[in-house]
Design a protein around this ligand. Sequence first.
Ligand SMILES: Cc1cc2nc3c(=O)[nH]c(=O)nc-3n(C[C@H](O)[C@H](O)[C@H](O)COP(=O)(O)O)c2cc1C
Length: 191
Amino acid sequence: MTPYQIAVIVGSLRRESLNRRLATAIAKLAPSEFSFRQLEIGDLPLYNQDHDANQAETVKRLKNEIASSDGLLFVTPEYNRSMPGVLKNALDHASRPYGQNAWAGKPAGVLGVSVGAVGTAVAQQHLRNVLAYLDVPTLGQPEAFIHAKEGLFDASGNIGGSSKKFLQGWMDRYVAWVKTHLEHAEAQLVT
Ligand SMILES: Cc1cc2nc3c(=O)[nH]c(=O)nc-3n(C[C@H](O)[C@H](O)[C@H](O)COP(=O)(O)O)c2cc1C
């Protein structure tokens, strides 16, 4: 097992999702001590508070996967100037029942790619708002509002030349962020 396990949450269920491609490609820019696992959120039921005391198996699975991760990576499209409902649904599920929020304390990064010029900026701001409430410390800079353009990915699905420098820089900061956060959390435990 690599020392740093990152749970990746992609906000699109689309087979040819650009955001899933981005999540897969950017993971390759991380050092080998980091491993990335994309979590399934498409099989979760619609959140219903009546079921908090008896969560579905798929919800329990999601919560266990989050609990066993060291960090989070959200890669999401923008739907109608916000995050997609499937992503909000997953956030709500794993935040409950009250007092058993699986997301809390996990260091996170937020990325998104969109065919629109705003590059998911509005969706990311809404997501950051929710993450703040869920007690998820989130990397602030650099922001990554990616506009889907020719050349974003190369023929092998890797990050293409024109975006490589920026996204490598993003990943370097994310890696440092996760490590610093975990060291800080560990230091607090021993003091
Ligand atoms: C319901 C819906 C709403 C959308 N709203 C926005 C939007 O507000 N801003 C934007 O930049 N793109 C918007 N788009 C276009 C998405 O950026 C585009 O479909 C993108 O490829 C979705 O991400 P994916 O490829 O990971 O599925 C919307 C697409 C859909 C299906």
